[in-house]
Write a protein that binds this ligand. Structure first.
Ligand code: GLN
Length: 536
């Protein structure tokens, strides 16, 4: 069977957390820089339909696409590296696969057949892999299989890969990411876990074409030859994946190892010209040679697990580069902030960000952090719940509405300045039912937002159920907090600012999802700039 799209499957062995997402994104970047339209897809072996119902402690941040899909945080890396939006088709879970097969069974689509893992679940997986190719007419689709080879959960995915290797034999390759641990007692790198992990893949009928070997030390030729011999791959297909100081180094490291050449050779694709990585290199150059530095406090309730705020911390890296500034993040647990310790905890910060979130835990600390930023003229950015906290704080301390709150935290508040959106009131299911994805927003001229974007209409991604209560808008505007961004259709307030403050911006949407290496997000760029000015 011939197929014009080429498929690269990325599997992982030995252990989790080897960074398959970064390797996949780096390879995609190199192929894109050689002129191939490339996309990345993540297959997650868990049974949740999507990570939207997962607590960030379970799985890190939930990333949201333009089309409103709640997805794995690796999709954020894909967008940040490739600067191309992803969609629902780029992230599939076992739950979604089964849901779709079961719906087909109920409709009678299987015509009385016994519905089984093979072929029905595997067919559904294969269909989803090919669907993403059709979706964007891509030359190359890189599909990352979540989990570690050998997990019960990932078996159907590996089986689907085996079948595709058979059906499209000239159009598919497998890159297996493994670990070469260093035993300090022996003073040696050890290849045995990699050999075992490749054996495990072979037992499932899959011969990897390329091995990317995570290692803390140089992988010398002798070791590469040994791995090649035991694992049936050519020596040039044993790729060293050394620990890097920044994830943004990885595309260049992979290029030095000629990963892109080996992949193109194996796929039978022309190597065309060398990849054009000039912009990427200049980004790295500026990243590594900052002229200034600022410290920004990130106030949140999941700060023990920094992956919960992945897109925010990456957006600060991009915005820092734009400002030739190293942004140090101070992670501040909102549950630990009280009026008594706030001045000490938030001392010496050049800017304060109050993070998105759900529920009551740590909410009073977040509101205190807003107050500190507002009263002390410290540049402030509130994102989603952070914006809502800014609205609540202003109501309590400026409008003198002492018990003002969001109805999410207090249904009985006498001043529901943040309240549930009308269309949310009839919804009872939790999964996939928030206001999700891209919506338009009109900006007020001369506001901080419109200066940052240099535009009067923008589109940003959302993930929330509650909104600014427009019944209070005139009270706010009379007292000095302005709505500078509104949805043109619904009138929902999307941005609030305090024009008399040096830089105080709260956004109902999530700017962090759209920040990329090629296009640092204007709101983050302006915030870092304000923090720099504040420092001076
Ligand atoms: N919990 C708030 C809401 O649902 C904010 C959500 C968020 O910060 N993403 O409106």
């Amino acid at each position: 069977m011939s197929n014009s799209t080429k498929y690269v499957f990325v599997t992982g062995g030995v252990t989790s957390s080897l960074g398959k997402g970064i390797i996949a994104a780096s390879l995609a970047k190199l192929l894109q820089a050689r002129g191939y339209s490339t996309t990345i897809q993540k297959l997650d072996p868990y049974i949740n339909i999507d990570p939207g119902t997962l607590n960030p402690y379970e799985h890190g941040e939930c990333y949201v696409t333009d089309d409103g899909a709640e997805t794995d945080l690796d999709l954020g890396h894909y967008e940040r590296f490739l600067n191309v939006p992803t969609s629902q088709a780029n992230n599939i879970t076992t739950g979604r696969i089964y849901q779709s097969v079961i719906e087909k069974e109920r409709r009678g689509d299987y015509l009385g057949k016994t519905v089984q893992v093979i072929p029905h679940i595997t067919d559904e997986i294969k269909e989803r892999i090919q669907l993403v190719a059709k979706h964007g007419k891509y030359d190359i689709v890189i599909t990352e299989i979540g989990g570690t080879v050998g997990d019960i959960e990932s078996l159907p995915y590996v089986e689907a890969v085996r079948q595709m290797l058979w059906e499209f034999e000239n159009d598919c390759i497998v890159v297996h990411l493994t670990l070469i641990p260093y035993l300090s007692a022996a003073g040696e790198l050890k290849t045995k876990p990699t050999q075992h992990s490749v054996k495990q893949l072979l037992e499932l009928g899959v011969q990897p074409d390329i091995l990317c070997c995570r290692t803390e030390h140089e992988l010398e030729l002798g070791l590469r030859q040994k791995i090649a011999k035991f694992c049936n791959v050519s020596v040039n297909a044993v790729i060293e994946a050394r620990d890097a100081s920044s994830i943004y180094d990885v595309p260049l490291l992979m290029h030095n190892e000629e990963l892109d050449n080996v992949v193109l050779d194996k796929l039978g694709l022309s190597k065309k010209s060398k990849p054009n990585l000039d912009n990427w290199k200049s980004f790295l150059e500026r990243l590594k040679n900052p002229k200034h530095e600022v410290t920004i406090g990130l106030v949140g309730k999941y700060v023990e697990l920094k992956d919960s705020y992945k897109s925010i911390s990456e957006a600060f890296i991009h915005a820092g580069v734009s400002n030739e500034t190293k942004v140090h993040l101070k992670w501040i647990h909102s549950e630990e902030l009280t009026p008594a310790n706030i001045a000490e905890e938030l001392a010496n910060l050049d800017g304060i960000l109050v993070a998105p979130g759900f529920g009551s835990r740590g909410i009073e600390g977040k509101i205190e952090a807003v107050r500190h930023a507002r009263e002390n003229n410290i540049p402030f950015l509130g994102i989603c719940l952070g914006m809502q906290c800014a609205v609540i704080e202003f109501a309590r301390n400026v409008l003198n509405l002492g018990d003002a709150h969001s109805t999410e935290m207090s249904e009985k508040t006498s001043a529901p300045v943040i309240s549930m959106m009308e269309e949310q009131k009839k919804i009872s299911n939790m999964g996939g039912t928030m206001r999700l994805g891209a919506y338009q927003c009109e900006l007020k001229p001369k506001s901080n937002a419109s200066l940052a974007y240099n535009a009067n209409k923008i589109s940003e991604r959302h993930r929330h159920r509650y909104e600014f209560n427009n019944d209070y808008l005139s009270a706010y505007e009379g007292a000095g907090m302005t709505a500078t961004g509104k949805n043109p259709d619904s009138g929902l307030v999307e941005i609030v600012e305090i024009p008399t403050h040096p830089w105080f911006v709260g956004v109902q949407f999530h700017p962090e999802y759209k920040s990329t290496v090629a296009q640092p997000h204007p709101i983050f760029v302006a915030f870092v700039k304000a923090a720099l000015n504040n420092k001076k």
